[in-house]
Design a protein around this ligand. Structure first.
Ligand code: ATP
Length: 262
């Protein structure tokens, strides 16, 4: 997928304060279409708060979120999804007691604004749609290497696979921008390498731009460019992996302190 230089996503002077805590403070950054952009920074730098503001979980104290030429600041989470932004969560949020297939098919049905019951009672057209949605759900599970777990209860999947299932579920909403919050959390180095390849494949296959938060520096340095560095809610640096790696401010604030949390 080619990286475009036109305006795709921008946060402008984004600010979110919580009772005197400046979690995000006049933070601006852009995401180019087709890129895998990384956000890094020490614990508490404000990374997840940025995701929460962008996806409508929090209203910003001030600032703007612009997506594909539209001001989407303060839209409700479901509206943000309809605009084409999907996300995964640092603390995995799945329908734990439902099957992997159900976890992926539910957003597909929601997207088509139809229900299981409605389609069961429905016309041949509705049944055809239902079949197509099941095929799509299997395709998504297959793309994430989860097809053989389709009927397994989500909570019984190993942790790393639950993170992949969250990605499949997010892709079911057909986003053009996918936000991944620490997708490699809890993974060992080999799993992290394989996830990095998978994320790059997902970008190509689903033609989706990716913005990811990660503490695993190997994953970030391998697949992200540019990398945006946050510290104390503000922009500390932005650049290619090499530029970020050799930036003394970044080294002092983050990399130098061995913050490669696993
Ligand atoms: P980590 O890498 O540890 O996940 P982060 O960079 O994602 O950290 P945030 O979770 O965005 O950081 O938190 C930024 C700051 O805002 C922290 O001081 C945090 O305690 C605070 N914060 C986040 N959410 C809330 C909230 N709902 N209420 C009050 N303070 C909050």
């Amino acid at each position: 997928m080619n990286v475009s230089t036109g305006k795709f996503f921008s946060a402008r002077d984004l600010t979110k304060h919580f009772d005197g805590i400046r979690a995000v403070d006049s933070f601006s950054f852009d995401v180019a279409e087709g890129s895998i952009t990384g956000i890094i920074g020490p614990n508490g730098a404000g990374k997840t708060t940025v995701f929460n503001v962008v996806t409508g979980i929090y209203r910003p104290t001030s600032g703007k979120v612009l997506f594909r030429g539209e001001n989407i600041t303060g839209l409700r989470p479901d509206r943000v999804v309809r605009k084409g932004i999907a996300r995964t969560f640092q603390n995995i949020r799945l329908f734990n007691r439902r099957s992997c297939l159900d976890n992926v098919i539910t957003p597909l049905f929601q997207r088509e604004r139809c229900s299981f019951t409605g389609s069961l009672l429905g016309t041949p057209g509705a049944r055809r749609l239902e079949r197509a949605l099941y095929e799509r759900a299997f395709e998504l599970l297959r793309a994430l290497g989860l097809e053989r777990f389709a009927s397994m209860q989500a909570s019984n999947l190993p942790y790393g696979l639950q993170r992949k299932l969250e990605i499949a579920r997010a892709l079911a909403t057909e986003p053009t921008l996918l936000l991944l919050d620490e997708p490699a959390a809890g993974m060992n180095p080999e799993e992290t390498r394989s996830l990095a390849n998978l994320i790059a494949e997902v970008r190509e296959k689903f033609r989706v731009t990716i913005l990811l938060i990660e503490h695993h520096m190997d994953l970030v340095m391998n697949i992200c460019s540019p990398i945006v560095v946050m510290n104390f809610g503000t922009l500390l640096a932005r650049g290619t992996p090499d530029e970020v790696r050799s930036n003394p401010d970044v080294v002092a604030a983050y990399l130098g302190k061995g913050k490669d949390r696993r």
